[in-house]
Design a protein around this ligand. Sequence first.
Ligand code: FUB
Length: 338
Amino acid sequence: LTALFLASSMAVFAQSKKPISQPLVSHIFTADPSAHVFNGKIYIYPSHDIESNTKQNDDGGHFDMKDYHILSMDKIGGKVKDNGVALDIKDIPWAGRQLWAPDAAFKNGTYYLYFPVKDKNDVFRMGVATSKSPVGPFKAEKEPIKGSFSIDPSVFKDTDGNYYMYFGGIWGGQLQRWKTGTYEQNGKLQDDSQPALSPKIAKLSKDMLSFSEEAKDVKILDKNGNELLAGDNKKRFFEASWVHKYKGKYYFSYSTGDTHLIAYATGDKPYGPFTYQGVVLNPVDGWTNHHSIVEIKGKWYLFYHDVQLSGKTHLRNVKVTELKHNPDGSIQTITAYK
Ligand code: FUB
């Protein structure tokens, strides 16, 4: 499996030509950009990649991050500010290692930072931290969110004021360990002929600090209404959930992981089911692909990352480019290199 992983990652690197956009910052490595507009300003909540010299493996041990820095800018193309350390792993009482892709939300004067980190038993859980400022510093709650597991929280505020967390990731993201509903250290992925593991959704409680319901499956179907199969790795969910709403439809986008695509599926309700539609972003340089999709002043943007600055899969840099919906609502596929 590892040989396959390395071979596929090399193939991805070999594809690159001239990038269509430049890294937003170059003094630190950043990845997994969750972008939001709060009070008319753009804030990006990324992972902060560092060189920890942990050996690369299929569980992503080399993504050994220890804090978050929030980036901000007044407009697309404007100066990007690094607002310093917003949350440090040492200030999360229950955390063990690996601060992975975060997201943020705002409600009633408080900003909420949601993050996945392995607990002291090496099991990924989701945490939440609060601040009166969009850039922190954030104060972490003493315990992980009850009923949370796996990685890549993404919080969507619906137009009716409800907030939902989408989450999950297979392989190193441990979703396969929760297949039966309870934790199984040796939980395996589905066989190729079985429906793929589903990402999860849970409505957030009014105080934004917990789930108001047990997490449910987010079903992704093909055009015939059948669930995507685990063997369909060019389409099935791997990690990096994101939801945006466009013309009344819900767009669930995600990474296909080992095939390195950002794919999307559409539905009529936040809970889905979602029907697979196509590719948002072709593979970028580096193994991972992770994004967010945001409307800013009437235009839509894709925030994403690649490894232009380092050439190394675990030292990434965030970028942004415009994203276009066609008149029928489909998304024009983006290739990040000319
Ligand atoms: O940044 C660590 C992990 O890599 C994220 O949680 C995944 O989505 C992948 O981008």
